[in-house]
Design a protein around this ligand. Structure first.
Ligand code: DGY
Length: 323
């Protein structure tokens, strides 16, 4: 039996990324790129593993911690870690690492792209040209809503929120934010304004959800919240699907309580192709690609590998959740 540590990676990663891990550890990997590792295999592999490199689609709970007798670290390929029971991981003495910072700008770019897409009806317009339904130029044909000089309300003013605020300011938007703790330094540096959650949703033309999914934020966007929004306003979610009661969002869209939605995340992913969201012209749906640029995903994968290496070598990791 090998005396090297064993690392299991739950999705196929490029060889050049994991090469370094192979110099000091045995590395096993689920070889499919587009399919999550089946639970039984994950459990089997966890029994032998000193480290797991996981995806946000892997549910990491007590069953995994119990199976992982030697398990020291779980490195999740995401900044969010709501797929992992952190409290229990800590109880079992397992370090959980994630990938903050490296994805900040890329995710903010995507959030702002969704704003442009819904406001200016870009997805609808593309479809229309492709399907040959573009008959002529006319004064109000595909007329959308401006972005510049409108009010954006950012819910969750972490690093991605700040990066999004900078993009919005570049478009001359008025920037409001809501956060658990007021951030005076950010207000001063960027010229953004704090609002209570009800005030923010009432005043904004674009409400953008960036808050992590926690017990506190689960289901925070309810029908009452959508009812408070302007009828001309758009809702954008690049955080996690479960912060929204999707039924309530659907109702708000159907009843014209809000003008439209840009969604990169859903309660169930992948979303059912028959889901009513996908039939609505005023909904832009993306397949959870907030951080999906080659540069950023490469940096995230490298950061996961580095965190694993540092922990297995008894050194301080770069980004640990449960210190
Ligand atoms: C994250 O890092 O949490 C993102 O959702 C992944 O794209």
């Amino acid at each position: 039996m090998s005396s090297k540590p064993y690392i299991y990676i739950t999705r196929k990663l490029p060889e050049e990324i994991i090469n370094n891990l192979c110099t000091f550890a045995d590395v096993g990997m689920w070889e499919k790129e587009e399919e999550p590792v089946p639970r039984e295999i994950l459990l089997q592999e966890t029994k032998k593993a000193d480290a797991l490199l996981t995806m946000l689609s892997d549910r990491i709970d007590e069953e995994i911690f119990q199976a992982g007798e030697k398990l020291k670290v779980i490195a999740n390929l995401a900044v969010g870690y709501d797929n992992i029971d952190i409290e229990l991981a800590t109880k079992y003495g397992i370090a959980v690492c994630h990938t903050p910072d490296v994805l900040t700008d890329t995710t903010a770019d995507l959030a702002f792209s969704l704003l442009l897409m819904v406001g200016r009806r870009l997805a609808e317009s593309v479809e229309l040209v492709k399907s040959g339904e573009w008959k002529s130029w006319s004064p109000l044909f595909m007329a959308g809503t401006d972005i510049h000089h409108k009010t954006i309300g950012i819910v969750g003013m972490g690093k991605i929120g700040e990066a999004l605020a900078k993009r919005a300011l570049g478009f001359d938007m008025n920037v409001l934010y809501h956060n658990r703790h007021r951030k005076m330094d950010v207000e001063k540096a960027l010229g953004v304004h704090y609002r209570s959650f009800p005030d923010l949703v009432t005043e904004s033309d674009y409400v953008v959800c960036l808050t992590p999914l926690t017990e506190e934020t689960r289901g925070m966007f309810t029908k009452d919240v959508f009812r408070k929004m302007k009828k001309t306003a758009f809702f954008i979610n690049v955080a996690r699907g479960a912060v929204v009661i999707e039924e309530d969002l659907l109702l708000a869209l159907r009843e014209g309580e809000i003008a439209g939605a840009g969604l990169d995340v859903f309660e169930k992913e992948p979303i059912d192709p028959q889901h009513p969201f996908l039939k609505m012209k005023n909904v832009v749906a993306l397949p959870h690609i907030g951080s999906a640029s080659i540069e950023t995903r490469t940096a995230m994968m490298k950061l996961c590998c580095r965190n694993i290496e540092l922990i297995l070598k008894n050194e301080k990791p770069i980004s640990i959740v449960n210190e």
